[in-house]
Design a protein around this ligand. Structure first.
Ligand code: SP5
Ligand code: ZN
Length: 344
């Protein structure tokens, strides 16, 4: 399958994140994309670099002040002291209920909290460059579909589906799937569907399109009562305003089997079909894999082939965008299973 790589992905390489108060090595690192590239290369898939600037889509789905912050965040951090080059910034205070988010604080850490949903999205020197090139890959994939390609895969990181209009979160900075959907719209697709199959609810994508009828959002994920991102992804979130009815959440209990998951996939596909979309964006998280170190669903490699085959039957042009998946050494094989299931 036509695949876009992110030539800047290794520039986003924070060293650690927090887990239960301890610093642990990042689950989301450059090795993930390397494993996927290796598997695609071995199977002879066509690899390309991004060629389209995603700025028009980024300016539609994210706020100006968030984009400005993210673009300059590392320089702002270094301005506090050259020694910060070897230190990772983390937020420690957030504007939750009753606190104001309309006034941008003059303090860097306070700004970082303003533009973050968690302390689980570590920044590094090349984060903006890497995130921007991943978004460019999504815009490039949309252009390829307009040029007649049946499907394309963005084998990119950092992932994007937790990033909302004005915040980063869950290893995500710019919402690549939303860029792909918006780019398809801008290129002439009247109706687009986003199907998010990552283990975690795509809260950012849902938020971006929640009041829009032109982009349907459907997600299968671990029940937010027990699973990250906790504060969104419930079944009663169905869309607002013009977007009423254009959001479908299918939360499943932690530990769910492949059979349970595929039953939800049928409901998801039925809703996508009813939207009469011109194109589909798949937020392809592979952290539903039984071997994933931070997730609990039970899918095996063969199940990913079935996923690809089922998506093929929708009969739509598809952009696959890599999201999560932290069993890095298995990520390439699992991704290839989805793509080759789709192609056969
Ligand atoms: C894109 C994506 O998949 N983001 C996921 C973000 C998850 N953030 C919370 C990570 C919590 C790690 N918990 C480790 C549990 C080990 N048993
Ligand atoms: Zn995930």
């Amino acid at each position: 399958m036509l695949t876009y790589l992110n030539p800047g992905q290794s520039q986003h390489a924070p060293r650690f994140e927090f887990f239960r108060g301890e610093r642990v090595p990042c689950f989301e690192g450059p090795a993930r994309a390397d494993f996927v590239e290796q598997a695609l290369r071995a199977r002879g898939h066509a690899l390309r670099m991004p060629e389209v600037d995603s700025t028009p889509q980024l300016e539609r789905i994210h706020t100006p002040r968030y984009l400005c912050f993210l673009r300059t965040a590392w320089d702002q951090w270094l301005a506090l002291g050259a020694a910060n080059a070897d230190v990772q910034p983390f937020p420690s205070v957030w504007p939750v209920r009753t606190l104001r988010s309309d006034v941008e604080p003059a303090n860097f850490t306070a700004r970082l909290g303003l533009y973050s949903m968690d302390n689980g999205s570590p920044l590094s020197a090349g984060t903006w460059a890497a995130a921007k090139m991943a978004a460019d890959a999504a815009a490039s994939a949309a252009q390829a579909l307009q040029g007649g390609e049946r499907a394309a895969f963005c084998a990119t990181r950092p992932p994007g589906h937790h990033a909302g209009p004005d915040f980063m979160g869950g290893y995500c900075f710019l919402n690549n799937a939303a860029v792909a959907a918006q780019a398809l719209r801008d290129g002439g697709a009247a109706r687009v569907a986003v199907l998010d199959v990552d283990y975690h609810h795509g809260n950012g994508t849902q938020a971006i399109f929640y009041d829009r009828a032109d982009v349907l959002f459907v997600s299968i994920h671990g029940d937010p009562r027990t699973e990250y991102p906790f504060y969104l992804g419930h079944a009663d979130e169905t869309g607002a305003g013009e977007g009423a009815g254009c959001n479908l959440n299918l939360p499943l209990p932690a530990g769910s089997s492949a059979a349970t998951w595929f039953a939800a996939l049928e409901a998801a596909c039925a809703r996508v079909a009813r939207h009469r979309a011109d194109a589909l964006v798949v937020s392809l998280g592979l952290d539903t894999f039984a071997g994933d170190p931070i997730s609990t669903f039970q899918l095996q490699a063969a199940d990913f082939t079935c996923l690809g085959q089922r998506l093929r039957r929708l009969g739509l042009p598809v952009i696959f965008v890599l999201e999560g998946g932290y069993a890095a050494a298995a990520l390439g094989e699992n991704a290839v299973c989805v793509l080759e299931g789709f192609e056969t």
